[in-house]
Design a protein around this ligand. Structure first.
Ligand code: GLV
Ligand code: MG
Length: 317
């Protein structure tokens, strides 16, 4: 996971709104997704495709990951979304987000279409990644096959609003804990998505939180999926970006400690350090499993361009 690009915050931008598209370029989100799906009214979709192609080709996105969310395969729009956006701006686009993915076949269909469009436009085959949104009961029971359906898969994303509708959940507060339910109603779903993503070696992304003015509630929800291991979360409003960037990166203390474990363990296992498989770091015993855990934290910190504030000195003998 260490080499993956940071996706702590993924900003949703409706493709129908040129002002929002322009504004998004300057915001500090790791990723943007320009939306042709549920934030675009049907009558606005053809215009939104053109706005998105223009905004991508104009540039100015810095090093943000640029994704476009197309409509799902049950609509009449998907093929035209993909052809117009990738054909028009494929060179300036990183991935297509496919919503409401039901099974592996839907990912494979998008993969084949992308391959043809890449060939037809002189793009490298495989350039455009796929982000698969899981937001139905059927998508969740097929999530393992979906994760392995194409080498293009880069993320598996949880879509809580559509998911709650799909399973008839009795709440309209999307993604939040509910006072009538004693536990976390989303834990099972998040864990399934996380297992599929990790088994495949791709990123797991939490979806939107709709009460955009309530940043403390956003933080509470984000901390739950970050704690499980999720790599980032959607943000619907500029006010949620800083919170997501902080919550999905390790704390400075954890990052420093992870780098310290890596150095200390490398030293302990070396000739000079005595070829030890387990060693003490202060009061903590570290071994190969500690190194693996530390690599995860260090990887997330490095991807988020953190720098260490301490260094390792081999003990004097
Ligand atoms: C996002 O698309 C959601 O349905 O939550
Ligand atoms: Mg949705």
């Amino acid at each position: 996971m260490a080499e993956l690009r940071s996706r702590r915050s993924n900003l949703a931008v409706p493709g129908s709104n040129p002002r929002f598209l322009e504004k998004a370029k300057g915001l500090p989100a790791d990723q943007v997704f320009l939306d042709l799906e549920d934030a675009c009214a049907p009558l606005a979709k053809p215009g939104a495709r053109k706005n998105i192609v223009a905004a991508l080709n104009e540039g100015g996105w810095g090093d943000k990951i640029r994704t476009v969310r197309v409509n799902d395969w049950t609509t009449e729009w998907t093929f035209q979304d993909v052809i117009e956006v990738v054909g028009g701006a494929g060179a300036n686009l990183d991935a297509i987000m496919l919503p409401k993915v039901q099974d592996a076949g839907q990912v494979q269909a998008l993969d084949m279409l992308l391959t043809q469009i890449e060939k037809a436009n002189g793009l490298e085959v495989g350039k455009i990644g796929i982000e698969a949104q899981i937001e139905t009961a059927q998508g969740l029971i097929n999530v393992n096959q979906i994760a392995f359906a194409s080498p293009r898969i880069e993320t598996i994303i949880y879509g809580p609003a559509d998911f709650m509708a799909s399973i008839n959940m009795k709440s309209l507060v999307v993604g939040a804990l509910h006072p009538d339910y004693p536990g976390d109603p989303f834990h099972y779903i998040l864990m399934q998505i996380l297992m599929a993503a990790r088994a495949r070696g791709v990123q797991a992304i939490d979806g939107p939180f709709l009460q955009v003015r309530d940043v403390p509630a956003f933080e509470e929800v984000a901390k739950r999926s970050a704690m499980l291991g999720f790599d980032g979360k959607w943000v619907l409003h500029p006010g949620q970006i800083d919170a997501a960037n902080e919550i999905y990166a390790p704390s400075q203390e954890d990052y420093d400690h992870a780098e310290l474990i890596l150095d200390a363990y490398e030293w302990a296992t070396s000739e000079a350090g005595g070829k030890k498989g387990s060693a003490m770091l202060g009061d903590e015993m570290i071994d190969e499993a500690s190194r693996k855990m530390a690599l995860v934290i260090a990887g997330k910190g490095r991807a988020a361009a953190m720098s260490r504030t301490s260094s390792f000195t081999p003990p004097e003998d």
